[in-house]
Design a protein around this ligand. Structure first.
Ligand SMILES: C[S@@+](CC[C@H](N)C(=O)[O-])C[C@H]1O[C@@H](n2cnc3c(N)ncnc32)[C@H](O)[C@@H]1O
Length: 238
């Protein structure tokens, strides 16, 4: 499969074309199954995906793509999985079951902490963090020891309405978060996979850091946003 490309297709279909053990690093943030987004105080949704499976369907689907990710990752590779917890009926629905169902070994649970969450009702403590699960396949994984000092709580601002990197995607994650992951856990020229590419943040960070990338995204609109970002002359200034 050609690298440095975002394929506008279902990732489960697309990953079938990636050979076993050929990817050095996986970084992704999947749809959270929240049935849409609340952004800048407004309800928003994905372009062509309703993000509204039953819990059982969502777990089954997650297990399915985890299996594919496990297959394509090299034994020395790492997999960073950014997800948000969700309270419903006073229960935390995700993400902890993922760890139990995953074929990977869990190395870290990073807390991504941020200073603002402007769209939340003032009825309880504001949510100010998400998780980044760090998975490995074997103990022979690559990790640059200079990065261990950052610890497992990372304070990195979310992409705000006035951020330079901001696009029209409702769930864009910040370049700074992804750059730290790519720099610490892969080498120059290695291959980074993001099965849920959205606005292309993983691809942009990979290009900035001289890594190859491959990605999938269902929505043509988001693929266009991502390709436009990748073609920007100012990409290295973001
Ligand atoms: C949380 S967003 C990713 C945002 C991305 N990290 C960014 O910075 O823009 C998840 C994305 O997955 C896409 N998606 C949903 N189901 C998919 C599938 N089966 N295959 C590929 N992409 C899918 C959605 O359209 C959405 O853009």
């Amino acid at each position: 499969m050609e690298t440095n490309k975002i394929y506008c297709m279902d990732c489960l279909e697309g990953m079938k074309q990636i050979p076993d053990g050929s990817v050095d690093l996986i970084v992704t943030s999947p749809p959270y199954n929240f049935g849409g987004f609340s952004r800048d105080g407004k309800q928003s949704s994905y372009d062509c995906y309703d993000d509204n499976m039953t819990d059982e369907e969502y777990q089954e689907w997650t297990e399915c793509y985890f299996k594919e990710l496990y297959r394509v990752l090299k034994p020395t590779g790492m997999f960073y999985f950014n997800i948000k917890y969700r309270f419903q009926d006073y229960r935390c629905k995700i993400p902890f079951w993922i760890v139990e169902k995953s074929p990977f070994k869990l190395l870290n649970m990073i807390i991504w902490k941020f200073a603002s969450s402007p769209d939340v009702a003032k009825i309880k403590w504001y949510p100010r963090h998400e998780y980044v699960f760090v998975f490995i396949k074997s103990n022979d994984y690559y990790f640059n020891e200079d990065y261990a000092k950052y610890g497992d709580v990372w304070e990195i601002p979310q992409v705000m309405a006035n951020s330079k990197e901001r696009t029209n995607h409702p769930a864009q994650y910040p370049l700074k978060l992804i750059r730290r992951i790519i720099e610490s856990s892969s080498k120059s020229e290695q291959l980074v996979l993001d099965p849920f590419m959205g606005s292309g943040t993983t691809a942009v960070a990979s290009k900035q850091l001289n890594r190859k990338f491959i990605g999938f995204e269902l929505s043509k609109e988001y693929c266009d946003i991502a390709n436009k970002r990748l073609a920007q002359k100012t990409i290295f200034e973001l």
